[in-house]
Design a protein around this ligand. Structure first.
Ligand code: TNX
Length: 521
């Protein structure tokens, strides 16, 4: 495989197209060789062209062993082609099948075969079919993503792709606390991240500036703690039914929601909602600025743990996924010994509700449960407490702020965003290796990657789009594609091919000057 990919890279340089016919040993870089276009993000594990061209016609049908995935694909095809695309019980023109996939593709991968007449996606699990559908869509013309009927032809290059992820955890985070985003805005973002095989959506539900989810046993959290946001706007919150709608929308895209309640710091909204949670017994005012590190739950207070137990209990009951994120970052108003005590108790509470803890890497300063996952967010390449946790078996999600933070400015002219972790243009977002980045945290300690989007300066869906695209796909590729495919020139070309898709979808992406965007996009 490595050799195949090395040959592949040579072809990219020569022709900007990748692909081979037949076995690697028979590869020849001449014009007659069938080539796979270099368009799929994240880069697949292997692609073999067969020279055929598939054309989707008005008589096309979809069959699927997983009805929801068939319906998802047919819905996209109908909207843009105007064809009826019925979902049939078997032998569709496009067949999504849970049999016949190679074992090597695992639980999230797939095999996609495109001939002159048919398309087959085979996977071992439904998530793999969904991933294969995303690849197929990227091989069809960009207009296939149009929400309105558009002219074809609807062709896709023939060949076989065998594909599966490097890391099981490929996340995106949205901060709905600094600015509130409606369910519809969150669903729009879920639609966008699903295109790049993201499988975890981390929802940052509470911070100093807002509490965004109704907790029935502590109702003021949402009604008062959710009543503002950065800059003093009206804020907002999700009812439990809203949250369930988000969870279900994500789940239909094979994305697992990770809810975060940040603690013991980043808790001003909660402390403002209930005076009795404060060590002083006095509630602070609501906060609409952007400072961090000034608030803390009252560590010695018994009520603090009743509060956490009830909040976590309600959220755990609403959350089918395995994780609850307890934050734990920037607790600069909590002493080191209070912090360690607090994180230990918070872990026990989450475990008692049957969930696994994720926390920002600061939690490595406490004693971690074997299952607890740490999320690295700093700009350094070494972190002693995290390295020693990893040596003890802790798994790490990688979000180095100077590469993976979607709220950093692209360059000094970018209007939105922050600069504390540096300027992050596309090639910087792409230019690091998650499995060999932090000393003492090697590939086997890395659960995956996450691209967080903090929203101190982000207000609209157009803002979200602008900061996430085109960087989110770079992080998605680092999480999915084998390191042997890592090649900035080839990546930039693949990313450029996404531009016309985002244009058709109305995604307000940043036209990075590092990328050659096709004309008109
Ligand atoms: C740091 S990194 C934070 C957030 C801010 C972000 C802004 C981390 C875990 N916490 O509270 O929103 O920087 O870039």
């Amino acid at each position: 495989m490595t050799r195949y990919l090395r040959i592949r890279r040579t072809l990219i340089v020569a022709t900007l197209f990748v692909g081979v016919a037949g076995a690697a040993s028979t590869v020849q870089a001449n014009a007659a060789t069938a080539a796979f276009p270099n368009v799929v993000v994240p880069a697949p594990v292997s692609e073999t062209a067969n020279g055929a061209t598939f054309t989707l016609t008005s008589s096309a049908t979809v069959s699927s062993d997983v009805p929801d995935v068939g319906a998802y694909l047919a819905g996209i095809l109908r909207a843009s082609t105007g064809y009826p695309v019925p979902v049939t019980s078997s032998s569709g023109t496009i067949a999504l099948s849970l049999s016949g996939a190679p074992a090597s593709v695992g639980t999230q991968g797939y095999q996609l075969t495109i001939t002159g007449t048919n398309v087959t996606v085979q996977a071992n699990q439904p998530a793999g079919l969904f991933a294969g559908v995303q690849t197929l869509l990227q091989l069809l013309p960009p207009a296939i993503e149009s929400p309105t009927v558009t002219a074809g032809p609807w062709t896709a290059p023939g060949g076989t792709i065998v594909d599966y992820p490097r890391f099981a955890h490929r996340g995106a985070m949205l901060d709905v606390a600094r600015h509130f985003f409606t369910v519809a805005q969150v669903e729009r973002y879920l639609d966008e991240i699903a295109l790049y095989k993201i499988d975890y959506f981390h929802l940052h539900l509470s911070d100093d500036q807002g509490w965004r989810l109704v907790i029935n046993s502590w109702p003021n959290l949402a009604t008062y703690g959710g009543s503002t946001e950065v800059g003093g706007g009206a804020g907002g919150y999700y009812t439990q039914a809203d949250y369930t709608a988000i969870v279900n929308y994500a789940s239909a895209r094979y994305i697992t929601v990770i809810p975060e309640i940040d603690m013991p710091g980043h808790t001003n909204a909660a402390l403002a909602s209930y005076a009795q949670l404060n060590c002083t017994g006095v509630a602070p005012k609501l906060y609409t600025g952007t400072k961090v590190g000034f608030s803390s739950l009252c560590v010695p207070l018994d009520l603090t743990y009743t509060f956490i137990d009830q909040v976590v209990g309600e959220i755990a009951a609403l959350t089918p996924g395995p994780y609850i994120h307890i934050g734990g970052d920037e607790a600069s108003s909590t002493t080191a010994s209070d912090y360690a005590y607090f994180i230990n108790r918070a872990q026990q509470i989450v475990a008692a509700h049957g969930k696994t803890v994720i926390g920002w890497h600061d939690i490595a300063n406490a004693t971690l449960l074997p299952s607890t996952v740490a999320q690295f967010w700093d700009t350094t390449t070494s972190n002693a407490p995290l390295a020693s946790a990893a040596a003890n078996g802790t798994k790490v999600v990688m979000s180095p702020a100077n590469h993976a933070y979607l709220d950093m400015k692209y360059n000094r002219h970018t209007k939105l965003g922050q600069t504390w972790a540096g300027l992050v243009d596309v090639n910087t977002a792409y230019g690091w290796n998650p499995g060999a980045y932090l000393s003492g945290v090697g590939e086997s300690s890395v659960a995956g990657v996450e691209a967080p989007l903090w929203t101190e300066t982000i207000v609209t869906s157009a803002d979200i789009d602008y900061m996430a695209f085109p960087r989110l796909p770079a992080i998605a590729e680092l999480g999915w594609s084998p390191w042997s495919t890592h090649d900035v020139t080839a990546f930039d070309a693949r990313l450029g091919a996404q531009g016309p898709r985002w244009k058709v979808m109305g995604v307000n992406y940043y036209h990075s000057t590092q990328i050659t965007w096709p004309s008109g996009s």
